[in-house]
Design a protein around this ligand. Structure first.
Ligand SMILES: [Mg+2]
Length: 382
């Protein structure tokens, strides 16, 4: 099946956030970078007009743009906005691969029925980002990742560029090699020495010449220069399940002891899920007996959770329905069936009180270590 890939790239991300957060900076040359001796992390389009570029030393930027507004890097702020951008994108498809703080690929193959043709989808993505975040993005849509990344760049900012299968050949004939993503100065020099000015020229160079100078990369360049790129969009992966299991020091039938273990495990799992910002709906209990026979029981809830209490209550319920004839050697709890759409950033406005309690517990543990905060039942007989 032919693929359709979208590449979304926020426009001048850091400086656009600064201009949005402080409207008096709008329309002014804003340069985000570290210290006097540092380099430019981002420059607004107004600053770029003076020749300021990212990775340029600050002193040089100051020479080019003496009236520029130089700001420190507020990386936490940008990361927060980045999460908001990715959340919006995940609303379109879970097949999302974030490749940097402000860029992601989406595999939008076969999504016409939901969102209309690719162009309409591109418009919708841009519109939602702008309406929700007051920031602009450039979107490139093409039959593969490589071309979609180039497409998002060529008409920046606030652009939507589509490369269709039938236009690829002509497009590459007019694309300067310097526009190839991943091509650094060294490769560029080598390509120029070979007389390849446009991307399609690369395929005319014998493979052995390219691999001699560029190694494996040379081989891949030939493919790319023909517009071929089969690399898939790899969703920033979720685990299949999160679980914990423990073997008792001695096989036991002591329900209190087993309950305690289940609670400890539920806490551990809940914490891990919350850290990864995922929720699951299937809770599994595993029991291994003294004779090494083992059983597993599971329940699938009607909702997704990562709340310790919900995990524990269900694990306990499963346990209480198991007849314990032989002493227990090991117990384990697991959560699976994750929802990628629930993979979201917490806000203080979450109305689930279990979650709020859990978040508070996680925070205290993070600061003071695990032993400072244990739940009631765990403390009971210690
Ligand atoms: Mg960007």
């Amino acid at each position: 099946m032919k693929r359709i890939i979208a590449h979304i790239d926020m426009d001048a991300f850091y400086s656009s956030i600064e201009q949005r957060d402080n409207p008096s900076l709008k329309g002014k040359p804003v340069i985000v970078g570290k210290g006097k001796r540092g380099v430019v992390s981002a420059a607004s389009y107004e600053a770029r007009a003076f020749g300021v570029r990212s990775a340029m030393p600050i002193f040089q930027a100051k020479k080019l743009c003496p009236n520029g507004i130089f700001l420190p890097v507020r990386i936490k702020r940008y990361q927060k906005v980045s999460k908001q951008v990715m959340e919006i994108l995940k609303g379109f498809t879970p097949l999302l691969e974030q490749i940097s703080i402000d860029e992601a690929f989406l595999d939008i193959t076969g999504m016409e029925r939901l969102f209309g043709p690719p162009k309409e989808l591109g418009v919708k993505i841009k519109k939602e980002i702008f309406e929700k975040l007051s920031l602009t993005a450039s979107v490139g849509i093409a039959p593969n990742k490589f071309l979609s990344k180039i497409a998002s760049d060529i008409n920046k900012p606030d652009a939507l560029t589509i490369i269709e299968e039938k236009d690829i050949k002509e497009f590459l004939e007019h694309l300067p090699v310097s526009k190839l993503p991943g091509v650094g100065e060294k490769t560029l020099l080598y390509l120029e020495k070979l007389g390849t000015l446009f991307v399609s020229d690369i395929a005319k160079v014998p493979e052995r010449v390219l691999t001699k100078g560029l190694g494996k990369w040379g081989k891949r360049l030939i493919q790319l220069s023909l517009g071929i790129d089969d690399s898939p969009v790899v969703p920033n992966s979720l685990p299949k399940s999160v679980s914990a299991e423990d073997t008792f020091k001695e096989d036991t039938k002591d329900k209190k002891l087993i309950n305690k273990m289940l609670l400890l495990q539920s806490e551990k799992i809940g914490e891990r899920l919350r850290k990864q910002k995922i929720k699951g709906k299937t809770i599994t209990l595993k029991i291994k007996f003294g004779d090494f026979s083992q059983i597993s029981r599971n329940i699938t809830l009607s909702y997704y959770t990562n709340a310790t209490k919900v995990i524990y209550d269900n694990a306990l319920n499963l346990f209480e329905n198991v007849k314990i004839d032989i002493p227990v050697r090991l117990v384990g709890v697991g959560v699976s069936k994750f929802d990628i759409h629930e993979h979201k950033q917490y806000t203080l406005f979450e109305d689930d009180k279990f979650e709020l309690a859990d978040i508070a517990v996680d925070k205290i543990r993070e600061r003071f270590g695990e032993k400072y905060l244990k739940r009631g039942t765990i403390l009971l007989d210690e």
